[in-house]
Design a protein around this ligand. Sequence first.
Ligand code: 6GU
Length: 217
Amino acid sequence: MKKIQIITLFPEMFEGVLNSSMMWKAQKEKVVDFRIINLREFGLGPRKQVDDTPYGGGDGMLLMPEPLFSAIKHAQENDSKAKVVLLTPKGERWVQPKAKSWANNGDNYIFVCGRYEGYDERILTLVDKQISIGDYVLTGGELAAMTVIDSIVRLLPGVLGGENSAEIESFSDGKTLEYPQYTRPEVFEGLNVPKVLLSGNHAEIAKWRQKNSKKAK
Ligand code: 6GU
C-alpha cells in the first residue's frame, strides 16, 4: 500500500477530491492510504502563527520554518523513509513519465503545500524533490498536490478497472493523445458515429484509431 501524507493549511480542500471516484476506490481497496496533516496545528503561540514578514522587506508573508519543520518531522515519525515533496512553481515540471515512475517505485510520499507568497528557504534542507505542474502561478500548492496525487494513484496496480486502460490512453507514452471515441446512439442530432467503428473489422478500426490519434502540442 502506498502511503501519501499531505501537509496543508487547507485540509478541507482535499476532502472532495480524495473521497470521490478513483481516489476513494483506491483507499477502499487499500491500494493507497492518505493522511492529511494540518499545518496550523504546528503554528507558534496561542494564535498558532504560521507566517511572517520577509527579512529585507517586500510584499506578503512567508511560511515560517518552525511550523513546517515540525509538521514534516511529524510526518516522518509516521513514515521515516517517505520522500518529501514541495509543491512550488519553481519546481521540476510534472509529466506523465514521472507519474508512472512514482506509481511504481514503491516509495511513500509527504507532499508539502506552499501557500501565500512563499516559504522560508531553509525548509529546502528537508525536501527531496520540488515539483511544479506548469508555467503559471497558483495561490497555493494544494491544487498542484491534488493533480500530482491523482495522476499517480490512478496508475497504482489495482486501481483502474480495465488493466490496460491506463496503457492505451492519452499521454501514456508522453506524446500521443487518445483517439476519438463514441458511444450510443449511432446518430445524435444528425451527427454520425464514424462507419468504420460499427464495422466489426478490428484491423480497420485499429488503423483508424492510429490515424486519428493526435500528437500533443
Ligand atoms: Cl506546485 N504551486 C503553485 N503555487 N503554483 C504552481 C505550481 C505549484 N505549479 C504550477 N503553478
